[in-house]
Design a binder for this molecule. Structure first.
Ligand code: 6PG
Length: 247
């Protein structure tokens, strides 16, 4: 049965205002998780778009959250060393985790130091299994980006990762270097309590339009198949990225 999805769109004038909206709402969701479960698990995105959001958490919200109860995971990673310029771990660590002094035990990086990218995916799956001990992990908040081709995390068009329904983590391949990737899979991403997309820029407007269309194939727009069962998916867009959406 194809699960229908409730998509909420929040359109802001520019990336700065979009980032502030995401920061405000993310903090609310984190507080709710901590109030209900005394712990919060966040899945963060790589790439450029979320960086102003991460910066705002440090500059404007550092003292609003007891960060020692927040655990940080990644939606995807490039198969490069963690110190590499293109590492998602490095970007998130530099922009968010280090400035907030997040304890090591709360940082759940995707490993990239095993011989193959498949070994790394398996190692992360083993780590998540030991962390969650449930049928599928239930993350409190997943923050995702989207490429102009409609990919999200490292779920790229025309890849086997789009078909993965059993494993929580799998290897994938990107069209541009660094090609070898590790990614969370649809079953895990769609099991989250809250899912936010952050998309900015005119070059993504066509992919955003595709993401809001019901009749689509996974290859046409992988992001369209992020259809969380536990709640709506919130699309945080700036006006250029939302330009091709019907009112
Ligand atoms: C990555 C990300 C990826 C990213 C999109 C958008 O590893 O690059 O996880 O899914 O979110 O490619 O990237 P930008 O925000 O840089 O446009």
């Amino acid at each position: 049965m194809v699960h229908s999805v409730r998509r909420i769109r929040k359109v802001h004038e520019n990336l700065d205002e979009l980032s502030r909206g995401v920061a405000e709402e993310s903090v609310n969701r984190i507080k709710t998780s901590l109030h209900r479960r005394k712990i919060c698990s966040l899945v963060l995105a790589g790439g450029n778009t979320p960086q102003p959001f991460y910066h705002l958490l440090v500059t404007d919200y550092a003292d609003q959250i007891p960060w020692e109860y927040v655990h940080f995971f990644w939606g995807d990673e490039r198969f490069v060393p963690h110190h590499h310029q293109q590492s998602n771990y490095r970007m998130v660590h530099e922009s968010l985790l280090k400035p907030l002094s997040i304890p090591e035990r709360n940082i759940h990086a995707m490993p990239t130091n095993h011989p193959t990218v498949v070994d790394c995916a398996q190692a992360y799956e083993d780590h998540l299994q030991s962390e969650f001990r449930t049928e599928f992990p239930v993350f409190d908040l997943v923050v995702l980006g989207m490429g102009a081709d409609g990919h999200t995390a490292s779920l790229f068009p025309e890849t086997d990762a789009l078909q993965e329904q059993e494993n929580w983590v799998c290897a994938s391949e990107a069209p541009d270097p660094p090609r070898e990737r590790i990614t969370l899979t649809y079953p895990v991403l769609n099991n989250a309590r809250n899912v936010f997309f952050m998309v900015s820029g005119e070059r993504k407007a066509e992919a955003v339009r595709n993401a809001f269309q019901e009749e689509n194939s996974r290859n046409a727009c992988p992001a369209a198949f992020i259809r969380p069962e536990k709640g709506p998916v919130v699309w945080w867009l700036d006006r250029p990225a939302a330009a091709k959406l019907s009112e």
